[in-house]
Each structure stands twice: as structure tokens, then as C-alpha cells.
Design a binder for this molecule. Structure first.
Ligand code: AN7
Length: 410
């Protein structure tokens, strides 16, 4: 392993890579895992990688956990789908969707959890814990089960999609549903982890984000060692945008690529504190008390990784946009019907955001664009029941008549 330290992004204080510390003890800043890149040679890395299948652990030289003890369910290696039908509708030259719903528990969180839970075992943790809008809990519950570790998840009561809750329960996590928001749940679980020694696996955990950065390596490889002009993705706690940006920066640092993409974050109208901070050019994030959106995964008012994500947007010369719930559901339907990709509402926000940024002229139509679809559509079946047309109910004796007359496809 080539890991050097955990380093505070605010004051620069460093911690040993095997320390159980989530934020800087001196200033409260977020921590970043640092590596000795000078010991890594691009041609050597590419040679080793060429012999391994596409997956998170393919890139183990750039990961902070011991691959010989990995807790894995076969994460990463998700499809990068060329979306020609949607592209032609939008008038875009080259559009791809990185479909993270193909991960073992159906979301990008698995990339982080394989590293985070491997690390939990390595550090001797007795149990894992997280707060969640759904996917984090589903993923942590599965990886903790695989590792044989008890798992506690705290969710905002009545506010997480049914598919995700069912996963956490099925994998044997202890689920506490609190009266409050995700942000309240995160505050409580952070306190609990400090006091009771549970191992915290929200995205404030710097190791988890290391797993998530592998999406950048995969996209680059799937494009034939090319970097897209834009990565468009939903932003909730703002961990993923930070992680993916780090991945692209590392490829450039190592001399594997020369370019980096512009990172474009999308938030839902009722839960857009990060987008507003960027759009209004503010130094600090102002948390939102009662975030609301149909995209329950990103119903987050106080994104913990905002400062890392701000750096990602600024350094990459990227941007942000805000979309309505209606635009999100429309985008979900379009992607499902034009491309055969069924993604959850938060993921569809990336498509809705692309549509908006094309209209605004922020993104031009001749760019190579990758939208990240962060989670599978089956996670949240209630959305389809609420927003899509009902199945056509008919007496069995009238099927032929109805097909011909009403549906017009007899
Ligand atoms: C499908 O599960 O925060 O900006 O607790 O599930 O890295 O937070 C989920 C987040 C996007 C936002 N898309 O990613 C949780 C949780 C989906 C998600 C996000 C989430 P970040």
C-alpha cells in the first residue's frame, strides 16, 4: 500500500492511516487520505491493471485497505452506457450513463463500503453504524453482514424509500427510525460513534470516499483512456462529487491522463443548500432546516462534505444547477423509456440537470458527457405508483376489443 496519512484539508494536520478519526481533532476539518504518488509509476500501474477485471479492487494500489482481507460482494465494474436515443432527443453528440444501480446492493455506495468495511475489520471495530437516507444503510447492512459485524442504522422515520429499508432489515441491521430529518440522524449517530466506539461509515469517513473515487478510473478506462468533458451527478451529502473529482485528479497526477472533466453537481429545488452556496458565490454553506424533494436520497439540508465538494466544483471549473421534482420524474421516465435504464429519482436528477444546463447554455451540445445514475429504480417503487400511469384494467373477455380500440395497437 502507498498510503501516507489522513490529512486535514483545512489545517494540514496529519494522522496515522490506522487512526480511528473522522474529522480533524484540532480544527474539525474534513480528512483526506494521502498517498506517496512518487512511488507509483504510470506504465507499471497500467500494466498491472490490464490483467485485472473492471472492479473497485482492480485499483488496489490507489486504495487504503488491505486487498488480501477484502470484504467484497463484487462491487464496481458497472456499465457505461452510450445513450444514443436520449442524446439525439437532446441534440447532444456523445452522452453516457454510468449505471451505478448495477452494484451489488443497487447503488454507488457499495464502492465505498467495500473499502470502509474492510477497514473496519482491519481496525478491529466491533460494530458499524451510519445515518442514512436509504442507500448507505442498505449497503452498510450488506457489507457488515458479509464481515460478520453487527450494524446499526439510523434513518429519518417515514422518509426513506421502501426498497432501501427492506434491504437494511433483510441484512440484519438494527434499524432505528427517528422522528426528524437525515441531518438529525447523522448528528445522533456521530455522537454515538464517539461515545460507544461504533465505527462510523457515513461519507465523512475518509476511507469510504476512497472506494467511490474508482468510478473515475472506470469511466476513463471505459472511454478508452479518455476523459469526458463533463461529469454530471446528484449531490446530497456531497461525498461522491468530491470522491470522483479526487479520482480524476489522481489520474492526471500520475500522468495517466492529461485532462480532467468539469464536475457538475445537481440538487433538487427543495434541498439545494450546496447549489445555492455556489451560485451565490458564498464562502460557507448555510444549512437548510427542512429539506424536501421527491428524491428522498438527496433530501439533505446540511451536506457534511460541502467544503471538499466546493473545491471539486471550483478546481474543475465545473458548476451546479437546481431542478424541480417534476423535472426529476420526467427525466426518470425518459431514461427508462428511451434507454432501458431504470434509475431512482435522485439519480435521474443528473439527467434533469443536464437538460437544464443544455437549455441554459452552460453545457454545449458537442461535449462528451457522463451522467452518473447513482442508484437503481427498484429502490423506490412508490414513485412509479404515484407519478406514472396506472396499468389498464379490463375484463378478460374484452382484451382484444380494448387493445384494438383503446390502445390503438391491435
Ligand atoms: C441514489 O444513503 O446520503 O452527495 O444516506 O443514495 O455523496 O451524498 C445517499 C446519497 C445520490 C448523494 N444518489 O450522494 C444515504 C445518502 C443516491 C444516493 C446521493 C445519494 P452524496
Amino acid at each position: 500500500m502507498f498510503v501516507e496519512s489522513l490529512k486535514c484539508i483545512e489545517c494540514g494536520r496529519e494522522y496515522a492511516p490506522n487512526a480511528i478519526v473522522y474529522t480533524c481533532e484540532a480544527c474539525g476539518g474534513l480528512l483526506d487520505v494521502t498517498y506517496d504518488y512518487s512511488r507509483l509509476e504510470a506504465s507499471q500501474l497500467l500494466e498491472i491493471w490490464s490483467r485485472r477485471p473492471l472492479s473497485v479492487w482492480k485499483y488496489q494500489e490507489l486504495l487504503p485497505a488491505d486487498s488480501s482481507r477484502k470484504v467484497s460482494l463484487g462491487e464496481g465494474g458497472t456499465g457505461l452506457h452510450r445513450c444514443s436515443r436520449l442524446a439525439s432527443k437532446l441534440g447532444v453528440k456523445e452522452l453516457y450513463v454510468k449505471n451505478e444501480g448495477e452494484n451489488p446492493t443497487g447503488s454507488f455506495k457499495d464502492r465505498g463500503m467495500t473499502i470502509g468495511v474492510t477497514k473496519a475489520v482491519e481496525l478491529g471495530a466491533k460494530a458499524t453504524a451510519c445515518a442514512s437516507t436509504g442507500n448507505t444503510s442498505a449497503s452498510l447492512a450488506a457489507y457488515s453482514a458479509k464481515a460478520g459485524l453487527p450494524c446499526l442504522v439510523i434513518v429519518p422515520s417515514g422518509k426513506i424509500a421502501r426498497g432501501k429499508l427492506v434491504q437494511a432489515v433483510a441484512h440484519g441491521a438494527k434499524v432505528l427510525a427517528i422522528k426528524g430529518s437525515f441531518d438529525d440522524a447523522l448528528r445522533e449517530v456521530r455522537k454515538l460513534c464517539e461515545k460507544r466506539g461504533l465505527y462510523l461509515l457515513n461519507s465523512v469517513n475518509p476511507f469510504r470516499l476512497e472506494g467511490q473515487k474508482t468510478l473515475a478510473y472506470e469511466v476513463c478506462e471505459q472511454l478508452g483512456r479518455r476523459v469526458p468533458d463533463r461529469i454530471v451527478l446528484p449531490v446530497g451529502n456531497a461525498g461522491n462529487i468530491s470522491a470522483i473529482w479526487k479520482g480524476f485528479k489522481e489520474l492526471r497526477e500520475l500522468g495517466i491522463t492529461r485532462e480532467t472533466p468539469k464536475m457538475m453537481g445537481v440538487q433538487a429545488e427543495g434541498a439545494a443548500p450546496f447549489a445555492h452556496m455556489i451560485l451565490q458565490n458564498l464562502d460557507k454553506l448555510t444549512p437548510l432546516d427542512k429539506p424536501e424533494t421527491v428524491a428522498s436520497a438527496i433530501r439533505i439540508g446540511a451536506p457534511v462534505n460541502w467544503s471538499k465538494a466546493k473545491a471539486a466544483v471550483v478546481e474543475s471549473k465545473g458548476g451546479v444547477t437546481v431542478v424541480s421534482d417534476e423535472e426529476i420524474v420526467d427525466a426518470q421516465r425518459e431514461l427508462a423509456r428511451l434507454e432501458g435504464l431504470f434509475v431512482e429519482p435522485a439519480s435521474a436528477a443528473s439527467i434533469a440537470g443536464l437538460v437544464k444546463m443544455l437549455e441554459q447554455g452552460v453545457i454545449s451540445r458537442d461535449e462528451t458527457i457522463v451522467c452518473v445514475a447513482t442508484g437503481h429504480g427498484l429502490k423506490d417503487p412508490d414513485i412509479v405508483v404515484r407519478f406514472y400511469e396506472e396499468p389498464f384494467e379490463v375484463e378478460s373477455s374484452r382484451v382484444e376489443e380494448v387493445v384494438g380500440r383503446v390502445l390503438g395497437c391491435g
